[in-house]
Design a protein around this ligand. Structure first.
Ligand code: CMX
Length: 151
């Protein structure tokens, strides 16, 4: 590997601090039916159901190793998931990376020209500190950064 590239790569990993895929968010039309599919067909256990009022969604969580699946049912048509389902139908909605520090990572990607949806971290489902990057500057993939509040 080119030495300069290797140094840059190590620097980027250090600065971004991505440790793993925290979860994959999937927009569903009907949470109950979707939970039944993930439980009864895929054999995963739903360990939590939570409404996130300010995001206008009801969520259900499943663990797959270190990563989670987050099912998202819209609770209001003008919310992010309501609009997504209206335009594209159900399906993969976002990918969430666990990072050491959401605010540091936001600063890092903003300096590189990435458009932020959230300028600083805020509270998301499961009490995590989260922030979103705009899909128009991440290759069409809505991207979330997550940090455990106690890390
Ligand atoms: N993935 C990829 N592209 C998306 C997208 C998604 N999830 N959601 C919207 N877009 C695209 C649309 O396709 C559209 O593209 P075109 O202009 O090419 O047609 C564009 O973004 C604008 O879409 P829109 O329907 O007009 O939506 P808005 O601009 O009002 O909002 C976004 C888009 C991403 C800024 C908004 O959805 C947002 O802030 N999302 C972050 C918060 C969120 O998603 N919360 C729900 C999950 C909460 C949780 O996990 O707990």
């Amino acid at each position: 590997m080119n030495h300069n590239f290797e140094t840059l790569l190590i620097k980027n990993i250090t600065v971004m601090g991505i440790t793993h895929i925290e979860h994959i968010g999937i927009a569903v039309s009907n949470l109950e039916e979707a939970i039944a599919y993930y439980q009864d067909i895929l054999g995963l256990e739903c360990y939590a159901v939570e409404e996130v009022a300010d995001q206008k969604v009801k969520t259900a969580f499943f663990k797959v190793g270190q990563t989670k699946i987050e099912l998202l049912e819209s609770t209001h048509p003008d919310g992010a998931v309501g609009k997504f389902i209206e335009n594209k139908g159900p399906g993969v909605h976002h990918i969430a990376f666990a990072v050491d520090s959401v605010d540091e990572s936001l600063k890092n990607v903003e300096e590189k020209g990435v458009r932020l949806i959230d300028k600083t971290k805020r509270k998301g489902a499961e009490g995590l500190n989260i922030a979103f990057l705009h899909p128009k500057s991440t290759g069409g993939v809505l991207t979330e950064l997550c940090e455990h509040p106690n890390d």
